[in-house]
Design a protein around this ligand. Structure first.
Ligand code: FAD
Ligand code: DHB
Length: 398
């Protein structure tokens, strides 16, 4: 038996993109149903991003999601760039006329969003299977799924948002031949760890070392997060705690500064890829976040882009469904792709400047160092980094 229902917007995926979209639509009086194939506990524990642009922070505050972020988030006014054994500070507030970034983990944003949606009585179905989107030629596309109890559902929608991440089903449900993909796979990966030890730094350290890139970031005043460049085909079982800490120490230490270590509570390997699918819309199916694009994590852009996409999408769907005005929905893909390609360039640039390319010759490595030296010595070059890092495009929500 199939249970039939209807909603205005069917949302596939309860990651940050799908959850924020559902929240923003509700603020404008638009109903939605969110379906997610993982459990709530899994979504709330999945370790990923940690760094929010100033505009993302301001948006979350404006839409009533700022309370815990404001009490627990860590505001940073700059970063350290390290190479050839020297550490240099970039002061974003000075370079950009006051912009900053905030460390507040994606896990916490997802918890805040799920709590806010459930408190408002929203429909979020966790642990669904066999999600499908269909009738895409019509003005009433359908979302089908099987719930955790085994009942099949068919939801008739006015629009569907594919917020189902890189491995979701929505992108591949667009007609064959419509979607063009631009892609770059990098010849390295990251090991990311969480450790129960206070951070050894006040602001993030991005380090280019001849043995590879390392990043020291954090989650709270008691919890550090660190990343290490490893070969693309590396396996986590080859990395004992001792090996991880000794490699981090080799790449991060400078005279007069030491890395404190502590128990590692979480570890994973992340591949590095740039990927952009276009267009991000087919009729009433809209893609947002990692479902449409992936950036390598070096510029900390993925989560910020996902939240920017759904902010634009919520406005476009409100105009379409509440006011019958299609212009913003028609422009959604092109305007989003402008922002996506800016972040794609920035993430590629940061990644290529800071990692050791196993295939590079001395010419390539020397170019990287020349570029790093330019960034720390030219105000114009430092400003380019700072304005992209803190967020180049304003997010509009009123
Ligand atoms: P996702 O978070 O992937 O959510 C998609 C959801 O859809 C998932 O819950 C998935 O289970 C669900 N789903 C998939 N298929 C289906 C289906 N068939 N049916 C139902 N549900 C489905 N970004 C930053 O901005 N700053 C950072 O500091 C940063 N650091 C990062 C560090 C690491 C190690 C990694 C891996 C990523 C990092 N990112 C960062 C990127 C960021 O985490 C992602 O861009 C972000 O999660 C994208 O959100 P999303 O909602 O689009 O997709
Ligand atoms: C974090 C991850 C990043 O990729 C980055 O560039 C900055 C911060 C983080 O997990 O905190």
């Amino acid at each position: 038996m199939t249970v039939r229902s209807r909603t205005q917007v069917g949302i596939v995926g309860a990651g940050p993109a799908g959850l924020l979209l559902s929240h923003l639509l509700a603020l404008r009086g638009i109903d939605s149903v969110v379906v997610e194939n993982r459990s709530r506990a899994y979504c709330e524990a999945r370790q990923r991003a940690g760094l929010l642009e100033a505009g993302t922070v301001e948006l979350l505050r404006t839409v009533g999601l700022g309370d815990r972020m404001d009490s627990e988030g860590l505001e940073h006014g700059g970063i350290y760039l390290q190479f050839e054994g020297e550490r240099h500070h970039l002061d974003f507030r000075d370079l950009t006329g006051g912009r900053w970034v905030t460390i507040y983990a994606q896990t916490e944003i997802v918890k805040d969003l799920i709590q806010a949606r459930l408190a408002a009585g929203a429909a979020i179905e966790f642990e669904v299977s066999d999600t499908e989107v269909g009738a895409l030629e019509a003005d009433q596309p359908v979302l089908r799924y099987t719930d955790a109890a085994g009942t099949r559902h068919e939801v008739t929608c006015d629009a569907i948002a594919g917020c189902d991440g890189f491995h979701g089903i929505c992108r591949d449900s667009m007609p064959a031949g419509l979607v063009q993909v631009a892609e770059r796979v990098y010849p390295y990966a990251w090991i990311g760890i969480l450790a129960s030890v206070p951070p050894s730094t006040d602001e993030l350290i991005y380090a280019r070392h001849e043995d590879g890139f390392a990043l020291h970031t954090m989650r709270t005043p008691q919890v550090s997060r660190l990343y290490l460049q490893v070969p693309a085909d590396e396996q986590i079982k080859n990395w004992t705690d001792e090996r991880i800490w000794s490699e981090l120490r080799r790449r991060l230490t400078v005279p007069g500064w030491e890395l404190e270590d502590g128990p590692i509570t979480e570890r994973a390997i992340t591949p590095m890829r740039s990927f952009v699918a276009s267009p991000m819309r087919y009729r009433r199916l809209f893609l947002a976040g990692d479902a449409a694009h992936i950036v390598p994590p070096t510029g900390a852009k993925g989560l910020n882009l996902a939240l920017a996409d759904v902010t634009a999408l919520a406005r476009a769907l409100t105009s379409l469904l509440a006011d019958g005005r299609p212009e913003a929905a028609d422009a959604y893909s092109d305007t989003s792709l402008g922002r996506v390609w800016r972040a794609t360039h920035f993430s590629w640039w940061m990644t290529s400047m800071l990692h050791v390319d196993p295939h590079a010759d001395p010419f390539g490595a020397t170019l990287q160092l020349a570029q790093l030296r330019y960034v720390i010595s030219s105000r114009a070059a430092a400003t380019t980094l700072a304005e992209n890092y803190t967020g180049y495009f304003p997010l509009a929500w009123d």
